[in-house]
Ligand binder design. Structure first.
Ligand SMILES: Nc1ncnc2c1ncn2[C@@H]1O[C@H](COP(=O)(O)OP(=O)(O)OP(=O)(O)O)[C@@H](O)[C@H]1O
Length: 288
């Protein structure tokens, strides 16, 4: 059975919802362990001449080691929500906790990857990847082997001495992810990390991201526009309404792990999840 979020819109008539496992909203779906991320009734309005109500009573929890994606129409507040969880944007109402502590600003527990990499053009790939960790005063004896391992894992071996402009877009994003992983964050927040890349590169990087996550198992909250990406990567997909953004649906993705693209794409449930989410996104895009 499929349970909509408490504020959800009605399901489209064609929905194959019955085939999907339920994922109820809080408090029913409260994970047994304390959540790594808890967003409760968060409100966000951007003040100014043209005030924008971006988020309205957003509720969301992410369990430790869970991979959760957020889908929603353009402008519904996905990035704003991610920045609030990262402690980069203040909010007016509600509460945000990470590891059961209120978020009061950026924290070393949280790594954030944005759509365009933050690499400094005058530094090499190796120096860029080490930069954040060095600024944080991490011991080079520990950092060095970790960076070597990350360079290998991210397929950047042989490019350590290159500068960002000498890399492809996909390699730059991988290096940017390496920059964040070098800091060992427990929680990874990603805002369309592969959004600027072509579809093939994006698919390949998704497989790599999953491989890395299957080893490191951070808690991940990913903002994406790609339904296929969300289904392939996630344990759970959250759908937001148009602005002001609210969580309107949560779908548990019951596909086996580890996931390989060929196996997953031939699983009938994969197609059902895609159809379900496409129908939902159609509803909210139409009403946006
Ligand atoms: N700094 C800001 N000042 C004023 N308004 C803002 C600011 N940042 C975002 N907004 C507005 O808040 C709303 C939500 O923006 P946000 O970028 O979070 O949406 P989004 O869902 O991530 O969009 P997209 O999918 O297009 O990236 C938008 O209407 C946007 O114009």
């Amino acid at each position: 059975m499929y349970k909509p979020h408490k504020d959800s819109m009605p399901m489209p008539a064609s929905s194959p919802a019955a085939s999907l496992r339920a994922c109820a909203s809080a408090p029913e779906s409260e994970p047994a362990t304390a959540p790594a991320i808890a967003v409760r009734q968060v409100l966000k309005t951007f003040a100014g001449k043209h005030e924008v109500k971006a988020l309205e009573a957003v509720d969301l929890t992410v369990a430790p080691h869970e991979f959760v994606s957020i889908l929603g129409p353009s402008g519904c507040g996905k990035s704003t929500l991610l920045r609030i969880v990262a402690g980069l944007t203040p909010y007016q109402g509600g509460e945000v906790q990470v590891n059961q502590r209120p978020v009061k600003g950026p924290s070393p527990e949280i790594g954030v990857v944005f759509q365009s990499s933050n690499m400094l053009p005058w530094l090499t790939v190796a120096d860029n990847m080490a930069l954040g960790a060095k600024l944080r005063g991490l011991d080079m004896q520990v950092l060095h082997p970790k960076l070597e391992q990350l360079t290998e894992t991210l397929g950047l071996k042989g490019f350590e001495k290159h500068h960002p402009h000498q890399l492809s877009g996909g390699m730059r994003q991988r290096a940017a992810i390496g920059q964040i992983l070098a800091l060992d964050p427990q929680i990874l927040l990603m805002d369309e990390p592969f959004g600027a890349l072509d579809a093939l590169t994006r698919d390949r990087l998704n497989v790599e991201l999953l491989r890395i996550w299957q080893t490191l198992r951070q808690t991940v909250l990913l903002v994406t526009h790609s339904i296929a990406e969300a289904v392939f990567l996630s344990d759970r997909v959250i759908v937001m309404s148009g602005r002001p953004g609210r969580v309107v649906q949560e779908i548990q993705i019951d596909l086996p792990r580890p996931r390989q693209p060929e196996e997953i794409k031939s699983d009938p449930r994969y197609g059902e999840y895609i159809a379900e989410l496409s129908a939902l996104m159609g509803v909210f895009n139409d009403r946006h």
